[in-house]
Ligand binder design. Structure first.
Ligand SMILES: [Zn+2]
Length: 235
C-alpha cells in the first residue's frame, strides 16, 4: 500500500503540475497575440498596396487620355496647315507628319484600352484586399479578445490553485517538501515519479536492486540517476 505521506505529496504534485501547465500556457499568450497582430499587419499592408496600385493606374489613364487629346489637336493643326500649302515638297512633308500624328493617336488609344483592363484588374485587387482586410480584421479582433480574456481566466486560475497548493503543502512531510520544490522548479518532468521493475518514469534509467527494493517496501526513494523522487505504485 502506498503510504499516506507519499499520497499527500502526490496530491500536492497534481495541483502543482497543473499550475506549471497553466503558467506555460500563460507565457505563450503574448507570442500568440503578436502573431495575430502580425497576421493582420500583412493584410493591412496588402490593402495599402492595392490602394496605391489603383491610384497609379488611374494616374496613368489620365496621362494617356491627355496624350491622345494632344495628338488629336496636333493632327487638327496639321490638317489646317496643309490646306494652305502650295509647294509639293512641303505638302508631302506635312502629309508624312499627318500620318505620324494619326499613328501616334492610334498607339495612344491602344494604350488607353490596355490601361482600362489594368484599371479593372486594380479595382478587383482592391475589392479583394478590402474583403480580406475586413474578414481578417474581424477574426483577429475576436481572437485577440479571446486571448485577453483567456489570459485573465488563467491568471485567476493560477492564483486559486496556488492558494490550494499552499494548503496542500501543509499536509506534506517537511523533509520532502524542500527537495520536491527544487525538482518542481527545474521545470521538467514530475518531481515524484514511479519506479517499475527498477525503471524510473522520469529518466527511464534502471535503478539498483537496493533502491528498487526500498521502493518496493513502500518508501519514497531518490532515483539513482536523476535523483527525482520515486515510489512504487505496487508497494
Ligand atoms: Zn530517474
Amino acid at each position: 500500500m502506498v503510504k499516506q505521506a507519499i499520497k499527500d505529496l502526490l496530491i500536492l504534485q497534481a495541483e502543482d503540475l497543473r499550475i506549471r501547465d497553466l503558467k506555460t500556457r500563460y507565457m505563450s499568450l503574448p507570442r500568440e497575440r503578436a502573431a495575430l497582430v502580425a497576421e493582420f499587419d500583412v493584410v493591412r499592408k496588402g490593402l495599402e498596396k492595392a490602394k496605391q496600385n489603383k491610384l497609379k493606374v488611374e494616374q496613368a489613364v489620365k496621362q494617356q487620355a491627355a496624350a491622345t487629346k494632344a495628338a488629336q489637336e496636333k493632327l487638327q493643326a496639321l490638317k489646317i496647315k496643309s490646306s494652305s500649302i502650295k509647294k509639293i515638297n512641303e505638302y508631302n512633308a506635312i502629309l508624312a507628319e499627318i500620318e505620324a500624328a494619326k499613328k501616334s493617336i492610334s498607339d495612344s488609344e491602344t494604350r488607353e484600352i490596355e490601361l482600362m483592363d489594368e484599371q479593372e484588374a486594380a479595382d478587383k485587387l482592391l475589392a479583394k484586399a478590402e474583403r480580406s482586410y475586413k474578414a481578417t480584421g474581424r477574426t483577429v479582433q475576436a481572437e485577440v479578445r479571446e486571448l485577453d480574456s483567456l489570459k485573465e481566466a488563467i491568471a485567476k486560475e493560477i492564483e486559486e490553485k496556488e492558494k490550494r497548493s499552499a494548503e496542500l503543502a501543509k499536509n506534506v512531510v517537511p523533509n520532502y517538501l524542500e527537495p520536491y520544490r527544487r525538482m518542481l522548479a527545474a521545470g521538467k518532468g514530475s518531481p515524484v515519479g514511479t519506479i517499475r521493475n527498477g525503471s524510473c518514469s522520469n529518466c527511464n534509467m534502471k535503478n539498483s536492486p537496493q533502491t528498487t527494493m526500498e521502493a518496493r517496501n513502500g518508501n519514497l526513494v531518490n532515483c539513482d540517476n536523476c535523483s527525482f523522487y520515486l515510489y512504487d505504485p505496487e508497494a
